[in-house]
Design a protein around this ligand. Sequence first.
Ligand code: UTP
Length: 453
Amino acid sequence: MTFEQAKQVLEKNDQGHVLRFWDVLDAGERAQLLDQVAGLDFASIARMRGMLTSKSAAAAAAEPTAPEVVELTDDARAAAYAAGEAELHAGKVAVLLVAGGQGSRLGYEGPKGAYSIGPVTGRPLFYFHARKIVGLCRRYGVRIPFYIMTSDVNDAATRTHFEDHNYFGLDRNDVTFFMQGMWPALDEKGRIMLDQPGHIFMSPDGHGGTLTALDKDGCLADMERRGINTVFYFQVDNPLVEIADPAFIGLHVVRRADISVKLCAKRDPKEGLGVVVEREGRCEMVEYTELTDEQANRRTAAGELYFKYGSVAIHVFSLPFLKTEAGKAMPLHLAHKKIPVCSENGTAVQPTKNNGYKFEKFIFDVLPDARAVVNLAFERAEEFSPVKNAAGSDSPATCKHDMQAKWLRWFKAAGIQMPVTAAGAPVFPMEIDPAYALDVTDLKKKGISLKAE
Ligand code: UTP
């Protein structure tokens, strides 16, 4: 893109100020800025500006009701599991990990997936995910393609991490990295914000950016070429996730769902998990902040929370549904934030109060488009313990505790009594390579016993 082209497109979109430092930029800065302008998605920026300026009140939405949530009985689980295994055996399942976030709450420099979590080995989050896929490929005798979404902030480091660890035993031809989009932030007047005289402040476009990015980078076409039908989706920060859980996959396939959602009972009425509701026959996700106090605390006659379940962003998608959705403009969500800017004389300023808006797309906003949705309940202790914060709840400490508690239960079920403290924690740290045992059945097959030294 030339300067003239950039000027024209920016002025046409009322963003001419982006070039205001042009005369003082060196050649490198000019090239960088032109590159950034060439990559701007002006259609989305127009929608963002519309959100800032629109005064029209949202149409009154119908009252939400609780959707059907499947709680599998043992027999139903066995049937769903068999159907899921058939799908896996047939090589129709792909795995999709979103790892483009900034992990700001954890405060870790580097991709969150590279964060050390193994209680014994200190192995990273990526290790536990990748080794599960290694285990699944071996068990079902298939290649399972693994698509990893990164962003500008961590793409290179993520690729290097996988290289450095020899792809954790995965076939590198089956691992595809693809980058989500980046969006500018807008100030109160809807103007694109510069953080340096020759640089536009940009941040990832949210996990909803997965759909466009999958399409743009040819991943949907690649899935099609490989004969994929079903895509298992999860987030990087939860090493307890049961990747491609056959019962979940099976239920999704048997019910011909477009999207399936795993849900666990909320810890308390206001826990920060999205809640799936039904409105006028369609499912949708309501953020916990959007539930009224009455809705959050409402109880059934049996005394249970009416909106009992929260979503932990573990989904299954059908490939045709992903393809349809990739072409649609998703809703935008805005957040008022402190955005680093440069002042009129070109010096960098770290704001002390919110001065602009970041915009994101959320993956769950595709829910209302789905013809069929499966909501499946699961046990939190078995499958969900995310690393979100540096300390306190949902931190590395709670996650390591929950990983070991799960493995302790496996050992117990396999007839091996590990030494535990009075509080039930393991006396010494323990860790199981998921490629060695994906579940308690695998562990039992190993026929191990505990010998006193
Ligand atoms: P979170 O909402 O927890 O965000 O992302 P985060 O960036 O990891 O952490 P904070 O909020 O800055 O502390 C949930 C999942 O969605 C991915 C993250 O990588 C994580 O797996 N994600 C989030 C993306 O892939 N892209 C995004 O733009 C945002």
